[in-house]
Design a protein around this ligand. Structure first.
Ligand code: FAD
Ligand code: DLZ
Ligand code: SF4
Length: 531
């Protein structure tokens, strides 16, 4: 993607590095001569406010950017760093690059493509806007290029992660059998998902992950964010995210040493007050560029080969990264821009206010939202089967749910959040990604967590004011979407059960669901975006 211009200047090459491109191995830096390069890093108002990110996310990104700029300078690079409070800050990437072009009179701009559609649209205008050559380089921090995904997806009606994942295993050689038979997965199976669903036993406790105390740079950013973004969602007090490569590596070391072994069996478990269980907490570092995905997978594989971790845990971890993470990135670029507008189930209920306040008697939701507010994090199964499942069953408008998920998590970027929310959780893409909606009643949450025993609602009750709301909502959802779902072989059989219930019972379910939905208070405007 190079512009055709020839330059009449012998100035340096300007290398803008975006906030989620924090690696010295970036395509735009690799092989460049330091004395011929100006690195540009920009804190800009547009990025900090296009949605009203959780305060911890802004602290994380700005602090990691400032630490990375220091790392580059220590390594001899010339870095032009524009702070949010710089008096002349132009407020946008394009505005800041324009100012930098004036300052440095570069012969060319070399930038790595943006991870998000919104920003990439702006980058693609740069060749027309600036007088010098602009090269937009592919982001090669992923195992699969966008073209590879496109080739794989071509001609398929449904895009299933499992088959793409196998391609990635073959391509990388990760967890392939070493018995000379070529195409076989280690252990004989590609996927040990069935061994990743152990309910939590009483008293299950996971070793605490490391916390990284804010240093002077982070404290300065915390003060900035408290001052400028005071009205954004979330608490800043418990900020503990890795902000440097060194800290991210320490977080990975701790995961491999203390939690990888139990990651597999308890991957889908939820325990009240145990926010992280055996999850790695590495998504923020991966998404910023502080960790390399393939390197993490190779380390996990080595733990298996050396007999230090079981196959179901290692395969489960590798599947999340070279399976799901790679797949959703490919899916995003394949399906944009339509994915952002998709609403196949025509859901139109406003997001309830309790998503922002956590004030609900539903204990599972209240706990997931508390963790979200305190940590800018909730683990996968809380996102999918509690927060997401409720939004699916209640028929919340996809764009409001997407905004919520984009705002509240420290690891949230459109490219990874949107496919997970629109396609995996809400089935808004009509089943391009998932073979069926991940709809579940209270039984699932009860089986996989200890939430229900102390909930004001009773999971064993199916209808009425004390029934777990997930129970009637589940049938309300199935009933609403019968036309669309009955023919789906993975879910259609459920309608035989519905039909056997009899008219009165069915009416009770529908009435209970509607009574519950009617009392939901819609979110006040302005939590996610300025209106
Ligand atoms: P672990 O459970 O330890 O998993 C290891 C790694 O695998 C993660 O760090 C992540 O990089 C990757 N991974 C796991 N599941 C997925 C997935 N479904 N899609 C992509 N990568 C995955 N992840 C984000 O990074 N950003 C998001 O904005 C985001 N939004 C989500 C929204 C919803 C509704 C759902 C269901 C999932 C979302 N995920 C998102 C995926 C996943 O929940 C998080 O990556 C995970 O919870 C991060 O915690 P962890 O690092 O401890 O993950
Ligand atoms: C998330 C974020 C925020 C809050 N602020 C900035 C910023 O000021 N400067 C920056 O370079 N990046 C920021 N980011 C991350 C970007 O949103 C992310 O790099 C791009 O949007 C990816 O397309
Ligand atoms: Fe959640 Fe229902 Fe269990 Fe309460 S009873 S914790 S609402 S699943």
């Amino acid at each position: 993607m190079a512009s055709e211009k020839t330059s009449d200047t012998d100035g340096p090459v300007l290398v803008p590095i975006l906030g989620d491109q924090l690696t010295r191995d970036l395509a735009s830096l690799r092989g460049r001569a330091k004395d011929d390069t100006v690195v540009l890093m920009m804190e800009v108002w547009d990025e900090a406010t296009y949605v009203r990110h959780h305060k911890q996310k802004i602290v994380l990104v700005f602090s990691a950017m400032r630490h990375f700029a220091a790392e580059l300078r220590d390594a001899g690079w010339r870095v032009d760093y524009v702070g949010l409070d710089d008096a002349d800050n132009a407020g946008s990437f394009t505005g800041e690059v324009a100012r930098a072009v004036e300052r440095h009179d570069p012969r060319a701009v070399h930038v790595v493509e943006a991870s998000e559609w919104r920003v990439q649209q702006a980058l693609e205008e740069w060749p027309d806007k600036f007088a010098c050559t602009v090269d937009i380089l592919p982001d090669d921090r992923f195992v699969a290029s966008k073209a590879e995904f496109r080739d794989w997806a071509e001609g398929r009606d449904a895009l299933r992660m499992e088959y793409f994942y196998r391609e990635m295993r073959r391509k990388t050689g990760l967890l392939m059998a070493k018995d000379g038979k070529g195409d076989k997965p280690a252990g004989g199976e590609w996927n040990y998902d069935s061994e990743n669903r152990k309910p939590p036993k009483d008293g299950l406790e996971a070793p605490a992950p490391p916390k990284f105390e804010p240093d002077a740079i982070t404290r300065e950013v915390i003060a900035l964010v408290e001052d400028r973004f005071a009205d954004h969602f979330g608490s800043i007090d418990g900020f503990r995210w890795p902000v440097t490569r060194e800290q991210a590596e320490a977080a990975a070391d701790a995961f491999f040493a203390d939690r990888l072994c139990d990651f597999g069996p308890y991957q889908d478990a939820m325990v009240h007050g145990q926010d992280d269980l055996f999850h790695s907490l590495l998504s923020t570092s991966l998404n910023l560029g502080l960790l390399d995905p393939l390197d993490l997978c190779r380390r996990a594989e080595a733990a298996y080969r050396e007999g230090k971790a079981p196959l179901n845990s290692v395969e489960g971890f590798i599947r999340q990264i070279v399976g799901w993470r790679e797949y959703v990135r490919g899916f995003y670029w394949h399906e944009m821009p339509g994915l952002a507008e998709a609403n196949e189930l025509e859901a139109d209920r406003p997001l309830p206010e309790f998503y922002w306040t956590g004030e609900t008697d539903m204990r599972c939701l209240a706990d997931a939202i508390r963790s979200t507010r305190e940590n800018a994090h909730a683990h996968h199964i809380q996102r999918l089967m509690v927060l997401g499942n409720f939004a699916l069953l209640a028929g919340i408008r996809p764009q409001e749910v997407e905004d919520w998920f984009l705002v509240v998590y420290a690891d949230a970027y459109d490219w990874v959040e949107l496919p997970n929310v629109a396609a995996m959780v809400l089935y808004a893409d009509g089943g391009r990604l998932a073979s069926k909606p991940y709809a579940a009643s209270g039984n699932y949450i009860n089986k996989m967590s200890n939430y229900c025993r102390d909930c004001r609602y009773k999971v064993s009750e199916k209808t009425g004011a004390d029934a777990c709301p997930f129970n009637p909502l589940y049938w309300h959802f199935m009933h609403r979407h019968r036309d669309r779902l009955e023919g789906n072989h993975r879910i259609g059989r459920i309608y035989a059960t519905w039909d056997r219930m009899g008219e009165d019972k069915r009416r009770e379910y529908l009435d209970s669901a509607e009574a519950f939905l009617d009392q939901l208070e819609p979110a006040a405007k302005g939590w996610a975006r300025d209106q």
